[in-house]
Design a protein around this ligand. Structure first.
Ligand code: UDP
Ligand code: MG
Length: 309
């Protein structure tokens, strides 16, 4: 029996890319011995994306869609795709053709050799700003050094995984999704293929800097307690210094009997300790806000419309 291959495609204002993406994906799956399922997740696009997707669904029974009630974010869109995908193997791919669909053939091939996850590692990234590449590079390296899970550097969510892995990822209850980390965390046999990341074909990135920062913080807080330990560690070091300073102040006041107005040192100490305190409270706040989101336990996304039963 043919294996079923699900392809999850998160869509946020991609009207300029959907036709070309569909063509390339269709030609890829036609070369493979699989039964395809294309699962478009429309994440509150403000353009004509959903109409294009619905038109494709009318003509092709293997085109499925989930239409969100608003923009919930890329990771949530992919999570919804995972929830509904019915394939034996599941691909996650961006809609803007930065991830070449042709690579799926090689990824699927590696999977047949006994791997559970094959992710795509970027060799080069074209058409992205220096700042984006630099911050992304730094982020993955810092994350790698503060977490015990080895999250591959220079990868996005473009990957293929077995149904078994997808089911485990789906069952993870946390609301803040950092899928590339969660998938690594699962384990099993994972490997990668390398590729050169293309430029976005049409339209512009849906990842604003604020979305990127939130995503980075989700990654760090879900996979590392290092910031919390750093905050308490810094607290200990700073209070150690303060204690020495207290001893010195008392010594110079009562033994040496020399004491200056000391405005500078006072200001330095206050601002320094004040800064450390604010940072520490902020770090704790980041964790607490995520805990409270999990306790509220609202649905991760709301589906307005779908052709999946
Ligand atoms: N995307 C989404 N919701 C968002 C932002 C992006 O579903 O809020 C989709 C987008 O349509 C694309 C993928 O996620 O298929 C990657 O987004 P994008 O290309 O904008 O990110 P970048 O490549 O710039 O990091
Ligand atoms: Mg992109």
């Amino acid at each position: 029996m043919k294996k079923k291959l699900s392809v999850i495609i998160p869509i946020y204002n991609e009207e300029g890319n959907i036709p070309a993406l569909f063509e390339r994906l269709s030609s890829v799956v036609s070369k493979m011995d699989v039964e395809p399922e294309f699962l478009f997740v429309n994440d509150g696009s403000r353009d004509n994306s959903i109409a294009l997707i619905k038109a494709l669904a009318v003509k092709n029974t293997f085109v499925k869609y989930i239409d969100f009630s608003r923009n919930f974010g890329h990771q949530v869109a992919v999570s919804a795709g995972l929830d509904k995908a019915s394939g034996d193997a599941i691909v996650i791919i961006d809609a803007d053709l930065q991830d070449p669909p042709e690579l799926i053939i090689e990824m699927f091939g590696k999977m047949q050799n006994g791997f559970d996850v094959v992710y795509a590692k970027r060799r080069a990234r074209k058409g992205e700003s220096f700042l984006k590449k630099f911050t992304a590079g730094m982020f993955y390296r810092i994350l790698g050094s503060i977490t015990s899970v080895s999250i591959p550097v220079d990868t996005g969510d473009f990957r293929i995984m077995s149904k078994q892995v997808a089911d485990i990822v789906k069952s993870m209850p946390e609301k803040e999704k950092f899928l590339r980390g969660q998938i690594s965390w699962v384990g099993f046999e994972q490997t990668f293929v390398e590729y050169d990341r293309d430029e976005r074909q049409s339209g512009e990135t849906g990842y604003t800097y604020s979305k990127m920062i939130r995503f980075a913080l989700d990654g760090i807080t879900s996979f590392s307690n290092f910031p919390l330990k750093f905050a308490s560690g810094a607290g200990f070091v700073v209070s150690g210094f303060s204690f020495l300073m207290i001893l010195y102040a008392l010594y110079s006041r009562y033994i040496l009997k020399v004491y200056e107005p000391g405005w500078t040192s006072l200001m330095l100490a206050i601002t320094f300790i004040g800064g450390i305190q604010l940072i520490s409270i902020g770090i704790i706040g980041e964790y607490i806000s995520r805990m409270s989101a999990n306790i509220r336990n609202r649905p991760l996304y709301i589906i307005k419309n779908t052709n999946i039963d």
